[in-house]
Design a protein around this ligand. Structure first.
Ligand code: ADP
Ligand code: MG
Ligand code: ZN
Length: 610
């Protein structure tokens, strides 16, 4: 859809300013020149002097300028004449010669003496800019004055929630935003306010951009969109100015949506990209964005949406409460979701009778919405190539094979055996959590490959407050973290590399319990390691020199091991007791790829508690 650039009501261009400055200066010089008194003959000056007509004079090395008491009949009031040596003047007068000094006009020389260099600089600059523009660096420096033109607005995106399928959770979160935009006044009636910023997080191609446009379409409000990478400019201050413009314009059109796509390229954590000069610029832009977010009145009818597929590199300041205070996960669709997405995209194709969306969905675990749209397109192309009058199931099978080969290269799909291991591993965590008191609530179990970092999308707000945890809670937490490995041991009698992150976290907890919290029976209530960063904090500190001897170090290691071994044994025991339920849940998870809140509720009721 073509997006018309926003009209600019008061476009301030650098070149206009320059031209205006030149015009004023030229005018001023001409004016001065025209009002300058004309030179008069020295003899006339003498006549005026003798006739008592002169009120006052200024004498310089070469010139005499002066004013008359009253204007002469020819309009002369002010005059300038050349100073003439008095002896020479006397002898000239004797012979009746009329003599006039030539007054050199200097204004043109004065003006030229600085216009020429300025014009030369301007010329050099202009050609530099042109060269850069052609070099394609972010539109070149000429975009300085054009920042407003790059913001695009759609007053009617014509995309609705019906065009986005398989991401029901994300949609449900966004419905509230739509309601707010439709009626900001009555929404704020009871003092409630909409979230300031909503951040859509998910792998590429899951429909984040589509969802943002759908929100605008549903609420039928203007949609101001800009892509984070467009902010990366070469002039310091331009990015910041652009952010300001974006918000100013949106405010004029409120209620409206501001959408910043690819927020990561703009909101990268400060000080994380080395010592380049571009850093300052990014920092300024980010600071401006933070300032706009803070000065952003939620009741103004503006909603800020942003999307990213790399939440882990965002500056933590962006995620703090009151800024992007709501994060919406737009994950890869599960099997049911893929059926819905396929249904949408298959509408446009002419299908043979044997095409079954359910079957295609079963073939495509890990596909995103964009992958599925691509799949339908590929299948259609294959059918066209063999001159068929409809797209057959075989075309889809062939297209899946092609696309899967590409995706496997990018490590986004897993084979059936890996799926089974992942399913049992994840259920292991869930089961132990459900069976033990004091563990985190399980909301969802998923075997959809995440592909973005090993941790998937566990977004954590920076925790300013620390928690107090009891020994029982820490023991349960360790058991739950080891649930994945316990399930692998129990079911496959083998272990995989998938638990490395779990093990690292368990070890951190166990070490902290022994060294800091005095929770080891063998070592007692002694704090061995006061300066170490507590495990609840993510920030890394330099390793400290340890404050105890070798013998104690051995004892510490043994105590840590004992804690971990006990936790693992507990986890295995829980899973062994619940083995039948575990197998049933695994079958169902492999089939549907996710277990939602309802399925987990059922498990919670049936599970044998420890
Ligand atoms: P993202 O911004 O998350 O990278 P896009 O919104 O740009 O993904 O999606 C690209 C295209 O893929 C969309 O235009 C649409 O055709 C298709 N698509 C992606 N997700 C979905 C979905 N959930 N439902 C329907 N189509 C989708
Ligand atoms: Mg996008
Ligand atoms: Zn795990």
């Amino acid at each position: 859809m073509p997006r018309p650039p926003v009209e600019k009501s008061h476009h301030i261009n650098f070149w206009y300013i320059t031209a205006a400055m030149f015009a004023v200066l030229m005018f001023q010089s001409l004016y001065q020149a025209s009002t300058k008194p004309g030179p008069i003959p020295y003899s006339r000056f003498q006549a005026l002097l003798v006739g008592d007509r002169i009120a006052e004079i200024n004498i310089s090395a070469n010139l005499i300028t002066g004013t008359l008491k009253t204007a002469e009949p020819d309009g002369l009031k002010e005059f300038v004449t050349t100073r003439v040596d008095s002896d020479l003047a006397a002898s000239l007068d004797k012979h009746g010669v009329t003599y006039t000094g030539v007054v050199a006009s200097t204004w043109l020389r004065d003006v030229l003496s600085w216009i020429v260099p300025v014009a030369m600089f301007a010329g050099i600059w202009f050609f530099m800019i042109r060269g850069m523009g052609q070099g394609g660096i972010g539109g070149g420096m000429m975009s300085v004055g054009k920042s407003r033109a790059k913001i695009y607005v759609d007053t009617d995106t014509k995309i609705t929630f019906a065009d986005v399928a398989g991401v029901d959770e994300a949609k449900a979160e966004l419905v509230e935003i739509v309601n707010f935009l439709k009626d900001p006044k009555s929404y704020g009636r009871l003092g409630g306010r909409s979230p300031k910023g909503v951040l859509l997080i998910g792998p590429p191609g899951t429909g984040k951009t589509l969802l943002a446009r759908a929100v605008a379409g549903e609420a039928s409000v203007p949609f101001f969109s800009i892509t984070g990478s467009e902010f990366v400019e070469m002039f310091v201050g331009v990015g910041a100015a652009r952010v300001r413009d974006l918000f100013t314009q949106a405010r004029e059109h409120a209620p409206a949506i501001i959408f910043i796509d690819e927020l990561d390229s703009l909101g990268r954590a400060r000080g994380s990209s080395g010592f380049s000069g571009a850093n300052d610029e990014k920092e300024q832009t980010l600071n401006q964005l933070l300032a706009e977010l803070d000065g952003f009145d939620a009741s103004s009818g503006l909603v800020l949406l942003a999307a990213t597929n790399r939440p882990e590199i965002l500056d933590p300041a962006l995620l703090r409460a009151g800024r992007f205070d709501r994060q919406v996960l737009v994950d890869r669709p599960d099997r049911a979701g893929r059926v819905q997405i396929l249904a949408l995209h298959l509408k446009k194709a002419k299908l043979g009778a044997d095409v079954d969306p359910e079957q295609i969905a079963a073939l495509t675990p890990g596909f995103t919405g964009a992958d599925l749209a691509n799949l339908v397109n590929e299948a259609t192309l294959l059918a066209t190539r063999r001159n068929a009058d409809a797209v057959a199931m075989d075309d889809f099978n062939n297209a899946v094979e092609r696309i899967v080969a590409g995706l496997e290269k990018r490590n986004r799909l897993i084979n059936p055996m890996e799926r089974r291991i992942v399913a049992y591993h994840e259920l292991g965590h869930a089961f132990v959590s459900l069976a033990l008191p004091g563990t985190d609530v399980v909301h969802k179990v998923s075997i959809i490959p995440h592909g973005v970092g090993a941790l998937g999308y566990t977004i954590q707000r920076p925790t300013e407050d620390r928690y107090l945890m009891t020994r029982t809670e820490l023991d349960s937490k360790m058991a739950a973290l080891l649930g994945g490995r316990a399930a692998e041991i129990l079911v496959f009698e083998d272990v995989s590399t998938g638990a490395s992150d779990d093990l690292a976290r368990v070890t951190d907890i166990a070490r902290a319990m022994v060294l800091q919290y005095g929770m080891s029976d063998a070592l007692g209530n002694v704090s061995y390691d006061r300066d170490r960063t507590p495990f609840l904090q993510t920030e890394m500190k330099m390793p400290q020199e340890r404050s105890y001897g070798d013998r104690t170090a051995d004892a510490v290691d043994a105590a840590v091991r004992a804690l971990v071994d006990t936790a693992l044994a507990r986890a295995v025991a829980i899973l062994r007791v619940n083995r039948v339920l575990l197998d049933r849940a695994a079958t169902s998870l492999l089939e549907t790829e996710t277990l939602g809140r309802d399925a987990i509720e059922v498990l919670r009721k049936e599970i044998v508690k420890a």
